[in-house]
Design a protein around this ligand. Structure first.
Ligand code: 6PG
Length: 468
């Protein structure tokens, strides 16, 4: 009997995805470069073992799968993906399908899709989000490539995906690298969400002198309101957990140097290519980069002193952190969705923004109650910036004051809140009809005769009477 699908790469994510697929009733053939990993995986698969065919070679894997074949790659992004595709090419037919489910750079996916279109086998790039638990119990899936190839494996992918009110969190985004592009923007937003939570935590810890436990309690409470989300939930859990060794809060033991595998950085780089303003995501990536400069930060503290002991009593009210975060979150997501929109023309895509919000409601790392409201707002008016949708505009009108207070208090007392600051600057820029770029244009015309437009006349190439 032949397997319906194959999977290569039994690291944590691949193993969990394979179990998920088997559990949904599909026969799956699996291969890992290290044979002992494949063996152990199969031995530990329990009741699902009968649905899984462990293979010791690529050739055996290919022969174990029914034609036309579909094989999921879950190997580290970059060269390993190209190596696996090259290895598979020797055994696959042109109409077999390779599905890259890793965190590929979407430019690589575009290239692989173009190569596949020339010589086969066929190729899909799918963004999979949700970490280990998501892969096992239901991730969010963003597919890119040829619609017919998506349709072919959609029964499997929708079966294993998370469900929000019964709707699978999986969908087709468009051709080429669009699935991985949407996944990258997801990760950029993930970085921004995480950073804003961390900044608020910093103000509560250093300014309001709240213990880790108190911060955890606050997050747990917010998880019952508009901020209800996976990231707030786990932030609460992280803050409330004690280190088994020292008994101290885990947060007080963890070194403040953030890791990153690069997806957030790709998003920011791409945003620059697209001239898409995503300042909150940029600040989040920047903050991770700065976090690595431990020595320099110590030197800075020795030289300039750190922030004062505590904020004067009553500087911030108990609700300010939550309300500031609500405003920051709306602004950050508005930027993320605008970035998705701005990719359509240059890449000749038609990214389904409302559906992306629907897909992100569950399974992925940024899943949240607010994404349901965003899906509604985008369905209602797909072309509108989220911050102008009535529901979000009303929240911003109420809560931008708290964001402003948070940022100004942090600035006054010397606490760094780069992402929140950027959210606020974006808000203020976006509600200022006459900004300050007239000065930029004056400068450009002065030093380079670049020309400017006038407010009182049509035309694009006016010059000032500058004296050299
Ligand atoms: C997801 C996550 C995941 C990501 C890791 C680590 O959606 O499941 O985005 O894909 O790779 O969480 O990312 P960093 O190492 O860059 O923080």
């Amino acid at each position: 009997s032949h397997s319906q699908i194959g999977l290569i790469g039994l690291g944590t994510m691949g193993a969990m995805l394979a179990l998920n697929i088997a559990e949904k009733g599909f026969d799956i053939a699996v291969f890992n470069r290290t044979t002992s990993v494949t063996k152990t995986f199969h031995e530990n698969a329990g009741g699902l073992a009968s649905k899984i065919t462990p293979c010791e070679t690529i050739e055996a894997l290919v022969h174990a799968i029914a034609k036309p074949r579909a094989i999921i790659l879950m190997v580290p992004a970059g060269d390993p993906v190209d190596q696996q595709i090259a290895a598979l090419r020797d055994y696959l037919d042109p109409d077999d399908l390779i599905i890259d489910a890793g965190n590929a750079n979407f430019h690589d996916t575009d290239r692989r899709a173009a190569e596949a279109a020339k010589a086969g086998p066929r190729f899909l790039g799918i963004g999979v989000s949700g970490g280990e638990e998501g892969a096992r119990n239901g991730p969010a899936i963003m597919g890119g490539g040829e619609q017919q190839d998506w349709d072919r494996v959609a029964p499997v992918l929708t079966a294993i995906a998370a469900k929000f009110d019964g709707t699978p969190c999986a969908g087709f985004m468009g051709k080429g690298g669009s699935g991985h592009f949407v996944k990258a923007v997801h990760n950029g937003i993930e970085y921004a969400d995480m950073e804003m939570i961390a900044e608020i935590y910093g103000v509560m810890r250093d300014g309001m002198k709240m213990s880790a436990q108190d911060c955890g309690d606050a997050f747990a409470k917010w998880d019952e309101g508009p901020l209800k989300s996976y990231l707030i939930e786990i932030s609460g859990k992280v803050a409330r957990t004690a280190d088994p060794e020292s008994g101290k809060p885990m947060l007080d033991i963890i070194l403040d140097r953030a890791g990153q595998k690069g997806t957030g950085r790709w998003t920011v780089i791409e945003a620059q290519h697209l001239a898409a303003p995503v300042p909150v995501i940029e600040a989040a990536v920047m903050a991770r980069n700065l976090s690595a400069r431990l020595e320099a930060r110590k030197q800075g503290q020795d030289l300039f002193g750190s922030a004062p002991e505590a904020l004067p009593e009553g500087t911030l009210s108990a609700d300010d952190p939550e309300h500031a975060l609500i405003a920051g979150k709306i602004l950050c997501y508005a930027q993320g969705f605008e970035m998705l929109r701005s990719a359509n023309a240059p890449f000749d895509w038609d990214l389904p923004l409302p559906e992306i919000a629907l897909i992100w409601r569950d399974g992925c790392i940024i899943r949240s109650a607010m994404l349901d409201d965003m899906a509604r707002a985008l369905t209602e008016a797909p072309e509108r910036n989220l911050m102008y949708a009535p529901y979000f505009a009303a929240l911003l009108k109420t809560h931008h004051a708290a964001l402003r207070k948070m940022v100004s208090v942090a600035a006054t007392y010397g606490l760094a809140v780069p992402a929140l600051s950027m959210a606020l600057s974006y808000f203020d820029t976006m509600r200022t009809e006459r900004g300050t770029a007239n000065m930029i244009q004056g400068q450009r015309d002065f030093f380079g005769a670049h020309g400017f437009e006038r407010t009182d006349r049509d035309g694009t190439d006016f010059h000032g009477p500058w004296a050299m």
